[in-house]
Design a protein around this ligand. Structure first.
Ligand SMILES: CCCCCCCCCCCCCCCC(=O)OC/C=C(C)/C=C/C=C(C)/C=C/C1=C(C)CCCC1(C)C
Ligand SMILES: [Fe+2]
Length: 530
């Protein structure tokens, strides 16, 4: 419970640092842990007198905790995106963000304002969502076609890259998958010629022997059709098994006609273009990886839910097991993430979360071999799950999930697994951020086989997504540490890097720093290379 509303501090503007700050380390850091935790999030929540309204609007701030021989430093810099640079120069919001519209420059005359309105869509490059490597380079990303190359050591902004220069996509998610060979896969909406809609799965090859940019050799590997004309679903992540891609088409839709027609009108933002389809439910799509091909004959359907984060997906005995962090119903969860909601008094925060969709971690199981004569029967024969899949007379397969974790208004979100070992494979553990009425106040470990949970929690403390780093030469799946940035506003040093033993969920060490660190969404750990 949070009567003091200390969580408000993670939604306040901070200044960037000119140089890294020292931290005070308590406990014992594993001697093998040497590298950088890089994380992205919003850091500037207003420009002059103009506030940003939504959690996903603040200007991108890159954070780094650097660990070296038992010492830890903390650094942060604003990304010099066009959105940030122009906002700084003009002292107003110049580029429309997710939930905040940019208004035309009041100093411009009526004719140049007219042309600004009709210039078309100026898509944001505010890369506040995640950072990940492509080949040898690191990119800070949002979900548009713009990604930003950064220097992971100095945190300098290097260059803005337009994915449309290489691929037929209008944007891609901030949650790519990476193969053992370093290939990067992602999914994005594609508004093709004549508004023919599709979801394109792309592949960026591993680092090239000749040192050339792998982006130059990126390609669309498979195209999945949209269930509704002019209304693609919002996609935040996808699943990848050893042999398949899994895409969950949720009933939260982007109304493209609204998007394209209203964009040039004063005051429209991305949030205005979403709508929920109450009736369509949720569709699962499966494609094979090699050769990449859409399995169009299998139509998997289930009731409506929102999904942002896939936990993991794997194949077992002719089935695909898909574990997801879901939110029941079609009402868009992002409607509840306006900063006014997040910064409210605790009673109001709870009140608003009561109206929002309810979270649940679910397992869906998709049979790969489906025969006509099996109509009406449960096709799932995996011994360890209660998830079902029933073939109906119209040829669709109706899925019912097994619930892996559920608690009223207690979400298990921002999931992380032992990715290098378990991605696409049968696994046991997932780690996540516990959201209490949307306020992050716990780190949770969930055993997906037994449904047992273990917690780390501390009074008036607000953690972030826990990243799992395996111990070198690890034997067990949970042999490693979790890294999370925690904000504890009342403490002498109000933020710290928390290092947990992933097995026991007990604290090994913390590196505390004398500054508040605003909310971070996602990030990556970059081990030091000798
Ligand atoms: C860490 C604690 C946070 C506190 C509370 C959070 C609660 C979260 C509950 C649910 C989980 C949601 C996870 C979402 C995570 C996230 O990072 O989302 C950020 C997403 C962003 C910023 C998306 C931006 C997308 C844009 C700008 C898309 C633009 C487009 C369209 C809408 C249509 C046309 C194409 C285009 C331009 C790509
Ligand atoms: Fe995400």
């Amino acid at each position: 419970m949070h009567p003091a509303a200390g969580y408000r501090k993670i939604f306040e503007t901070v200044e960037e640092l000119n140089e890294p700050l020292p931290t005070e380390v308590t406990g014992v850091l594993p001697s093998w842990l040497s590298g950088s935790l890089l994380r992205m999030g919003p850091g500037l929540f207003e420009v002059g007198a103009e506030p940003f309204h939504h959690l996903f609007d603040g200007q991108a701030l890159i954070h780094k905790f650097d660990l070296r021989e038992g010492h830890v430093t903390y650094h942060r810099r604003y990304i010099r995106s066009d959105a940030y640079v122009r906002a700084m120069a003009e002292k107003r919001v110049v580029i429309t963000e997710f939930g905040t519209a940019a208004y035309p420059d009041p100093c411009k005359n009526i004719f140049s304002r007219f042309f600004t309105y009709f210039q078309g869509i100026e898509v944001t490059d505010n890369c506040l969502v995640n950072i990940y490597p492509i080949g040898e380079d690191f990119y800070a990303v949002t979900e548009t076609n713009f990604i930003t190359k950064v220097d992971p050591d100095s945190l300098e902004t290097l260059k803005k890259v337009d994915l449309c220069d290489y691929l037929s996509v209008n944007g891609v998610t901030a949650h790519p998958h990476t193969d053992a060979d370093g290939s990067v896969y992602n999914i994005g909406n594609c508004f093709g010629k004549n508004m023919s809609l599709a979801y394109n799965i792309i592949k960026i090859p591993p680092p090239q022997k000749d040192g050339s940019d792998p982006l130059k050799r990126s390609e669309v590997v498979v195209q999945l059709p949209s269930s509704e004309r002019f209304k693609p679903s919002y996609v935040h992540s996808f699943g990848m098994t050893e042999n398949h891609f899994v895409f969950v088409e949720q009933p939260v839709k982007i109304n493209l006609l609204k998007f394209l027609s209203s964009w040039s009108l004063r005051g429209t933002n991305y949030m205005d273009c979403f709508e929920s389809n109450e009736y369509i439910g949720t569709w699962f799509h499966v494609a094979t990886r090699d050769p990449a091909a859409y399995l169009s004959s299998h139509k998997f359907r289930t009731s409506a839910f929102n999904v942002f984060h896939h936990i993991n997906a794997y194949e077992d005995q002719g089935f695909i097991v898909v574990d997801l962090c879901t939110w029941k119903g079609s009402d868009f969860v992002y409607n509840y993430l306006y900063l006014a909601n997040m910064r409210a008094e605790w009673d109001k925060v709870k009140e608003s979360a009561m109206r929002a969709p309810q979270p649940e971690v679910r397992r869906y199981v998709l049979p790969l071999d489906i025969y006509r004569e099996e109509q009406g029967k449960n096709l799932v024969s995996l011994s360890y799950t209660t998830a079902t899949a029933v073939l109906r007379s119209d040829g669709t397969v109706w899925l019912e999930p097994e619930v892996l974790f559920s608690g009223p208004r207690q979400a298990f979100e921002f999931p992380q697994i032992n990715y290098s070992r378990c991605s696409g494979k049968n696994y046991r553990y997932v780690y996540g951020l516990g959201l209490n009425h949307f306020i992050p106040d716990r780190i949770v470990k969930l055993n997906v086989r037994t449904k047992d949970t273990r917690l780390w929690q501390e009074e008036d403390s607000y953690p972030s997504e826990p990243l799992f780093i395996p111990t070198p030469e690890a034997i067990d799946e949970d042999d490693g540490v979790l890294l999370s940035i925690v904000v504890k506003p009342g403490a002498e040093r109000p933020s710290f890097l928390l290092v947990l033993d992933a097995r026991q969920m007990t604290e090994l060490a913390r590196a505390s720093v004398n500054t508040i660190i605003p909310v971070t969404l996602h990030g990556t750990y970059k081990p030091r290379t000798p």
